[in-house]
Design a protein around this ligand. Sequence first.
Ligand code: B12
Ligand code: SF4
Length: 561
Amino acid sequence: MPRQLSLAPELYTNSNEAVDHRYMAQMREQDETPAPIDPTKPKFTLVVGPSPFTMMRGWEFFLTSPYEGATYISTVLHNAGYPVRIVDVRYAVDPLNEAYRQIMEGTDVLGICTFEDNFPFVNELMTMVKDARPDVPIICGGSLVTSVPHVFMENTACDIAVISEGEITILELMESYCAGRWEKDLPSIRGICFRGPEGKMRRTRPRGQMMDLDSLPRMRLDLWPQSKSPMGLQPQIISSYSRGCKMDCSFCYRTTPQVRAKSPEKMDRDLAWLKSQYNIDFCFFVDLTFSSHRRQTLEMCDVISDHDLRWTCLTRCADMDQPRINAMRDAGADIILYGVESLGSEVLREARKGNSENLTVRAMRTTFEGGVRFGALLIVGLPNETEESLGHMVEFAESYHHVTRVKYLSAMPGTTVYRQAIDKGLMRSEVDHLNWLSIEQALHEDEFLNVSGLPERACRDAYSRIYDAYAPGPVMDFKHYPEHFNYFYPQPNDGLERSTSYAGPGWRSKFSSAGPHLVPGSERFTLDKIAPPEVAAAGSLLVPCGAKKLSGEATLAPASA
Ligand code: B12
Ligand code: SF4
C-alpha cells in the first residue's frame, strides 16, 4: 500500500457486505445459465461515446475494439435477463445526434460510459434526452464520473452517478428500479451519487471493489454492434486478469485502484471462451501493471501460453526480470509497454513513479535479451522537467526507436496534478477544463497546460522528435478500419532497421497515426476560449490544434489503407 494515497479514500474499500455476496453469487450462476431475456423488464441502452484519441501505426485496433468496462456492465445485465443494447458512436460522424437517434429507438433506462475526454458529449446528450424523455433515468458510470461526481451532479442532467466498479451496483440499481423502489432504496444503495428530493447531491456509502474477480461473468462481446457489422468482430480484443495498481503516481487516475486478480483457473476459462466464441488472435491485456507480482505473472503466462495468442500489456520497469520476460515471451508477448514517462530523477521523484533511468535501461535490456519488443510510454511536460532532461529523453528515444506513445501531460481529474493545476489557477473552472480535455488528440499540435513552465517551443520540438522515433505497433494488418476515420502525417522515414525488419519498408508511409474525427463543435473548447489568457499563451500559441482547424486540414488516406 503506498504511503500517501492521492485518490479519494472511498475507492479503497471492499465490496464485502451480504448484498455484495448475493450479487456475486448471482453473477456466477447467471454466467453458467443466463436468465432468459425478459421483454417486460426495462430496456437498458448503454452509450459508448466518442473520443478524439489517436493511435500510432499498428495500434489502431485499440480504438475500435470492444472494451471491458462497457462489456462487463452489459454482460451482467444481459445475463440477468434485461434487454440490453450498446450504442457505440466512437467513430460516428455526428456522434451526438447518432446516439440520440438510437436511444430514441427504444430506451427505458439510459446508461452512459464517461471518460476523461467525452464530457461535452455526455453533458449535451443527457440534456437532449431529458428534454425529450424526462421519464428515462440516466445512470453514468466509468472513470470520469468516478473522479468528479460533484461536477456531474451539479452541472448535468445525470440522475445517478455510479462510483468505481459497476457490476454489483448496476444490478442492485436495476432490481430496485424494476420493483419501483428507487425512492426508498437509493439512499442505501452503496457506491452512488443521486439527487435527493430537495435537488441536492447525495452520496451513499462506498461500494468498494470486489475482492473476488472470479465472480465476473465471461465477457459477451457479441453485445457490441461491431459483431453484427459486415466484417464481424475484430479478432483483436481488450481483456485483463487484474484491476488496480500498487503505485500512486501523481498524474494517474485509477477507477478501481486496489489490486485484485482473477485466479489462473478463471483466466483459463475466460480465454478459452473468448477464443472459441469469438475466434480472437490478439489480446491487449490492460491490467494497469501486468507483471507486478512475479509468481502471479508466471502463473498467468502459463495459462496464456495454452491459448495460442499474440499479445501486449502494460507494466512498470521495476517489475521486470529474466524469469518474467522469458515466461511472457513463451506465452506469445509481442511488445511490452512500459510506463517510462521521463528520465529526469527529480521528475520521477515528484511524480511518485518509483522508477529511475537505471531501472528503465535495465528493463529495456532484459526485454531485448528476452527477445521481446520494448515499448516506452513517455510524457512531455511533467513538473520538474528541464530543457536538459527533456533533451536527454529525446536522445534516448532517437537512439533506440522504441517509443510507442508520447503525450503532453494531461491534468486528469482526481489526480494530484489536477489539484495542483486548480491551485495554480490554470483552469477557469472544472467544467471548462473537462470541456477542453475533449479536444486532446494525442498529436503534437495538441494544446497543453504548461505545468512544467518550459518554453512551448521546447515541449513541441521534443514531442515531434520523440513521435518520429516510435516503433511499429503489433497489429500492422488491421482490417476493421471504420468508414469515418482520420489519418495523420504520412512519414516516409522508416526509422531503424529494427522497425522495418518487423513491419516492412514504408510501414508508416501512408499515415503514422489514425483516429476518429473530432466531434462537431469541438472548436468551442480551445484554450483561448476556456482558460485564462496567460495559460493559453503558455501552451497553445505556436501551432493551431485540431479543434482550431476543424475546417479539415488533416491528411486523409483511403479508409482501407
Ligand atoms: C483500455 C483503455 C483504453 C483503451 C480503450 C478505451 C476504453 N474506453 O476503455 C483506449 C486506448 C481507447 C483508451 C483511451 C483513453 N484512455 Co484509457 N484506459 C484503458 C485502460 C487501460 C483499461 C480500461 C478498462 O477496460 N478497465 C477495466 C474495466 C473493468 O474498468 P472500467 O473501464 O473502469 O469500468 C468499470 C467502471 O468504471 C464502471 N463503468 C464503466 N462504464 C460504466 C457505465 C455505466 C453505466 C456504469 C453503471 C458503470 C460503468 O464499471 C466497470 C466495471 O466495473 C484504463 C486503465 C484501467 N486498467 O482501468 C485506462 C483509462 C480508463 N484511460 C484513461 C484515459 C485518460 C484515456 C484517454 C483519455 C487517453 C489519455 N488522454 O490518456 C483515452 C480516451 C478514452 C475513451 N474515451 O475511450 C484513464 C481515465 C482517467 C479518467 N479520469 O477518465 C484510465 C483510467 C488510465 C489512467 N490511469 O490514466 N484507454
Ligand atoms: S502510472 Fe502506472 S504505475 Fe503509476 S499509478 Fe498509474 S498504473 Fe500505477
